[in-house]
Ligand binder design. Structure first.
Ligand code: ADP
Ligand code: DP6
Ligand code: CO
Length: 324
């Protein structure tokens, strides 16, 4: 059997996906919008092997046993069903991004897995079909099939819930400064967190209205390269998502002390005329959007505050590609 290797990059959501309508098919409650990043990615190799008696899953050189391997095994079962391939598989995956720390390892992981596993099983899927398949592994992975700015259209069923590229090549000098404030595994996965928000936060209905408004505002802002409007929307959308964690029962938060300090620094920078805006996913690590002429001042400020080794400058990144 042939081994296939695929690379996919993570993405950072500007309008967040936070809640499922159908956990089985991974249909979201709302559409969402992201930017794929060049600095963080996953390489995954899949080979089906009739001699195996179960799937062998290695992530970052560590062999995973059940239940840690379950998400991957479930995903491979979907690929086996689609392709008619019945053998178990060797999966070897390397994350060039901290795992489960709110830096979207699940997005790059399942986008790369969708590419590698489908091709290794003999399928030749279109980008749209790959996006739908990646969705079954992790919602945010739906968007990582494409580079640049991407919208995941919620849709209403397995066929209509998929990502569309808004601007695959971004001709706009913008950057995302990622602050790796804590690279450790989060205590509450995105999956558990969003489920708790959907079922227990009294603000969840308002969130759906917020997302619809934010998408309507941010899409033209991106098209017209209106950095201020894009920034204001992405920052308020992130805070409103995190308000769903504080308002859940039991309440929880992905912030730590450094997160709050970094948010303050963004405000200080803005007051000093360095236009920048923050967002963060399900973890404490802030991502700061800025325009490239402001990068030196902004990175220096965060390097002084947290140490240069915790500051990573990313730019718009590419979509899924096959390495072999
Ligand atoms: P993150 O913020 O990193 O996306 P999540 O809680 O959404 O965190 O997802 C982390 C989970 O994604 C891991 O616990 C693991 O199940 C899965 N995952 C991460 N990296 C890989 C990989 N390279 N291959 C397969 N699954 C992965
Ligand atoms: C805060 O895609 O990691 O990053 O679909 O359960 O795997 P599952 O969750 P995941 O959730 C991402 C949540 C987010 C926002 C976003 O990326 O849109
Ligand atoms: Co994730």
């Amino acid at each position: 059997m042939t081994a296939v290797t695929a690379r996919a990059h993570t993405n950072i959501a500007l309008v967040k996906y936070w809640g499922k309508a159908d956990p089985n098919l991974m249909l979201p409650q709302t559409s969402s919008l992201s930017l794929t990043l060049d600095q963080f990615y996953t390489d995954t190799t899949v080979e089906f092997d009739p001699r195996l008696t179960h799937d062998m899953v290695r992530i970052n050189a560590q062999l995973l046993a059940a239940p840690a391997s379950q998400k991957v095994v479930d995903f491979l079962n979907i690929v086996r069903e689609q392709s008619g391939q019945s053998a178990f598989a060797h999966v070897t995956s390397v994350n060039h991004v901290p795992t489960a720390a709110g830096l979207a390892s699940s997005a790059s992981a399942f986008a790369a897995m969708a590419g590698a596993a489908s091709r290794a099983a003999g399928l030749e899927l279109t980008p749209r079909a790959l996006s739908r398949l990646a969705r079954r592994g992790s919602g945010s992975a739906t968007r990582s099939i494409y580079g640049g700015f991407v919208e995941w259209q919620a849709g209403s069923d397995d066929h209509t819930s998929l990502a569309i590229p808004l601007q695959e090549t971004v001709d706009w000098p913008i950057a995302v400064v990622a602050l790796v404030l804590d690279p450790h595994h989060k205590r509450i996965s995105s999956r558990q967190g969003m489920q708790s928000s959907v079922t227990t936060s009294p603000y969840y209905p308002a969130w759906k209205t917020v997302v619809a408004q934010d998408l309507a505002t941010i899409k033209p802002a991106i098209l017209h390269q209106d950095f201020s409007t894009m920034g204001e929307v992405l920052e308020s959308n992130a805070m409103r998502m995190h308000a769903l964690t504080l308002s859940a029962q039991p309440p929880y938060s992905y912030f730590n002390g450094d997160t709050l300090r970094a948010m303050d620094t963004v405000r200080v920078l803005r007051q000093a005329g360095q236009e920048c805006y923050y967002t963060l996913d399900a973890g404490p690590n802030l991502k700061v959007f800025c325009q490239t002429p402001d990068l030196p001042t902004i990175t220096q400020k965060f390097a002084e505050q947290f140490g240069a080794e915790h500051v990573i400058v990313a730019h718009p990144g590419p979509g899924l590609r096959f390495l072999s």
